[in-house]
Ligand binder design. Structure first.
Ligand SMILES: CCCCCCCC/C=C\CCCCCCCCC/C=C/C(=O)SCCNC(=O)CCNC(=O)[C@H](O)C(C)(C)COP(=O)(O)OP(=O)(O)OC[C@H]1O[C@@H](n2cnc3c(N)ncnc32)[C@H](O)[C@@H]1OP(=O)(O)O
Ligand code: FAD
Length: 602
């Protein structure tokens, strides 16, 4: 119900309070991050911690880190990540902002040469940030060395006004009434703004006092390292958002009753309808699947970071492919699922008080930010094509592509599934997913060799990423899992996750010969049985997410199930209900009604 200005100020207030508590309680960086989650409104702090600080950590020298991170940790400065421009987003190499070195003053001149080079979108840039890591083309000795990161001060630390040569503002209202409107995504134009040479982030490359460009011995892809880090955190965000939506839809489905009453008896809970289960339970399974793969991805990222520190860059391409692919698949599935959860809750799901419209609006842009999901899957495809060609030349693949080493078997194997029960076997499930992913990648590599096209491989990339998610779920079930019967429930959800994908992508599985039509139909049969088995525990499985009513923010998803009185109460809070007769009655309704009445009496 807040206006844009009120919403923005409210976010500033909450973020400031969280910061105060972080200091008072001496929270670690990880704990502070968790606390920030509960602000639950996108705001400048996200960019400060999730992008500005990691960019300096990843691309700054030790000296630069010491100087800037010290201030950033104490919130003496607030930073953002200014990469995207009005005319350029996905194609980072196409950015136009320039950073031209002037040896006479030992400075870079930061400039926006065109309208399309205006920085556009960075969160917190519009009204809050005092500093930014700005991405620009480095030009020295008359040569363009491509995109590099630079730390720029944007606003005065005394009165917050923009520094000379910098035009800065908010880019305007966004999708939905609340959602991302709490964030001041910004526009910025630079008019020959000078910054000292040592504000170029110099871990990857340096410009000497004389203006000479010098490469470090680290791969230039580390320029994109901050994005790898954030994509990994976005997978965890997606799982959290999906579990919130599913929690609302499952709990409401147990309360809502329609049809089916016999002789005046109670109607049927909508959650008992098979159609409801087949639409909703795959999301429940996905919420668990994304959580487990998110935990694994966090481990992978930590492992890669440790290797990078000891100058082992070998796992960087895999980390890029996994973060890009999983960010893409999980955020797309989550946005689609939240939208479907609204429909699963019927008309009441469309009310803001259901919590679903806000959840959808705030998570939808995750399909676009940190890399458009299609563009990122094409990166995965590129990685797969390289791996296929390495396999063809005898190299043994490792990590998430290790299955490709089993090429002889996977290219010709036939699924062992013969009965409905066989689809309970994790090894049988894994094999068909591996065979499908490999066959699609190999087909794609063959097509590309005939008619090269950058866009080939999108579907092969999806198949590979789905294999990773299924595999990580299966591996999770091999761990010790505490709690009576918990493992059994998770096994059922794992089955639902995998089999619903077989159902959804049956065309791929059939056309690659990984599954026969009969096996496809057995999978559907198994799926139906699993839905019925999960039904009695569905509410417990969403209660297990352990969300408070306050955090869930939904009249439909209340723990106590007292949905109707909550909806009724929420309705009366609407500003339209502040008066019995609405504003505008005197000007617009009364004259009209009176006039019509007069006419009817003539
Ligand atoms: C109900 C209310 C709920 C409220 C909830 C809110 C709660 C909030 C609380 C917490 C929030 C948590 C925090 C969330 C924060 C999210 C904030 C998001 C803010 C958004 C920020 C942004 O969007 S920043 C801008 C992002 N931009 C992009 O991602 C651009 C995408 N484009 C690219 O990355 C590149 O251009 C692309 C990779 C597509 C192409 O690169 P290019 O160099 O042109 O070409 P290419 O030849 O393909 O690649 C060269 C080479 O490099 C390899 N490579 C590419 N990328 C990487 C990489 N990242 N790492 C490693 N290697 C990489 C590539 O594979 C190639 O390798 P080779 O094949 O040559 O070996
Ligand atoms: C809420 C939000 C917050 C953001 N925060 C920040 C931030 O803090 N800092 C920052 O720098 N940026 C930020 N961004 C910008 C974001 O990173 C870009 O929007 C994103 O990278 C996509 O780029 P684009 O908008 O240029 O889309 P485009 O690349 O123009 O995409 C348009 C369409 O073209 C398709 N397409 C593009 N290239 C290809 C291709 N090669 N093959 C096939 N299809 C293609 C895409 O799939 C898409 O459908 C934010 C964006 C949003 C929405």
């Amino acid at each position: 119900m807040l206006s844009r200005k009120e919403l923005f100020k409210d976010t500033l207030k909450k973020a400031a309070h969280a910061w105060k508590r972080t200091v008072e309680l001496h929270l670690t960086e990880e704990e502070a991050n968790l606390l920030r989650l509960y602000i639950d409104q996108p705001g400048y702090v996200d960019l400060h911690w999730v992008m500005f600080v990691p960019a300096i950590k990843g691309q700054g020298t030790e000296e630069q880190q010491k100087k800037w991170l010290t201030m950033a940790y104490k919130f003496q400065i607030i930073g953002t990540y200014a990469q995207t421009e009005l005319g350029h987003g996905s194609n980072v190499q196409g950015l136009e902002t320039t950073a031209t070195f002037d040896p006479s003053t030992d400075e870079f001149i930061m400039h926006s040469p065109t309208l399309t080079s205006s920085k556009w979108w960075p969160g917190g840039l519009g009204k809050t940030s005092t500093h930014a890591v700005v991405y620009a083309r480095l030009i020295t000795e008359g040569k363009d060395y491509g995109i590099h990161g630079f730390i720029m001060q944007l606003r005065s630390l005394d009165d917050h006004s923009p520094l000379p040569g910098i035009t800065i503002g908010d880019i305007g209202g966004k999708f939905g009434s609340g959602a991302y409107n709490s964030m001041d995504n910004g526009v910025m134009r630079l008019d020959h703004v000078r910054i000292p040479r040592d504000q170029m982030l110099m871990r990857l490359a340096q410009v000497t006092r004389e203006g000479k460009y010098v490469h470090s011995d680290v791969p230039k892809q580390l320029l994109y390292g901050t994005m790898v880090y954030v994509r990994q955190t976005i997978v965890a965000d997606a799982s959290r958002a999906l579990s919130r939506a599913v929690c609302i839809a499952v709990r409401y489905g147990a309360i809502r009753k329609q049809f089916g009453s016999k002789a005046g008896g109670p109607e049927t809970q909508v959650l008992n309808y098979k159609t409801q289960q087949s639409r909703l339970f795959p999301f429940l399974a996905s919420a668990y699947a994304f959580r487990f793969v998110g935990q694994w991805l966090k481990w992978l990222y930590t492992d890669v970071t440790q290797k990078l520190e000891s100058k082992d860059f070998s796992t960087l391409p895999e980390a890029h492919a996994c973060t890009a692919g999983l960010k893409s698949v999980t955020t797309s599935a989550t946005a689609d699922a939240i939208e479907e959860c609204q429909k699963l809750c019927g008309g009441h799901g469309y009310l803001n008080s259901s919590g679903l419209p806000e959840l959808f609006a705030v998570n939808l842009p995750a399909c676009t930010y940190e890399g458009d999901n299609v563009v990122l899957l094409l990166q995965v495809a590129r990685f797969l094509m390289k791996t296929v060609s390495q396999v063809a030349s005898g190299k043994q693949p490792v990590g998430t592509t290790a299955y490709m080493g089993n090429i002889q078997h996977l290219m010709q194997c036939k699924s062992v599934v013969n009965t409905v029960e066989d689809w309970l076997n994790p090894a049988a499930i894994k094999e068909v997913f591996e065979a499908r992913a490999l066959r699609m990648a190999v087909n794609c590599a063959q097509n590309i060799s005939k008619a090269p096209s950058q866009e080939e491989g999108f579907e092969a990339a999806v198949a590979h990423v789905q294999l990773i998610i299924v595999t990580k779920f299966i591996e999770k079930l091999q761990e010790d899992i505490l709690g009576h019967g918990v493992k059994e429930q998770l096994q059922k959800l794992c089955g639902i996750y995998a089999l619903h994908l077989i159902h959804k992508h049956l065309g791929d599985f059939l056309s690659t010969g990984c599954v026969t039509a009969r096996q496809g139909s057995l999978a559907n049969e198994r799926l139906g049985k699993l839905y019925a088995q999960v039904r009695p525990n569905a509410v417990a499985l969403v209660d297990a997410f352990d969300y408070t009513d306050h955090y869930l923010g939904s009249a439909l998803g209340r723990y106590d199930g007292d949905v109707y009185s909550a909806l009724y109460k929420e309705a009366w809070k609407d500003p339209l209900n502040e008066t019995v007769v609405p504003d505008g009655y005197q000007e617009h309704l009364r004259p009209l009604l009176k006039q019509q009445l007069k006419l009817s009496r003539l």
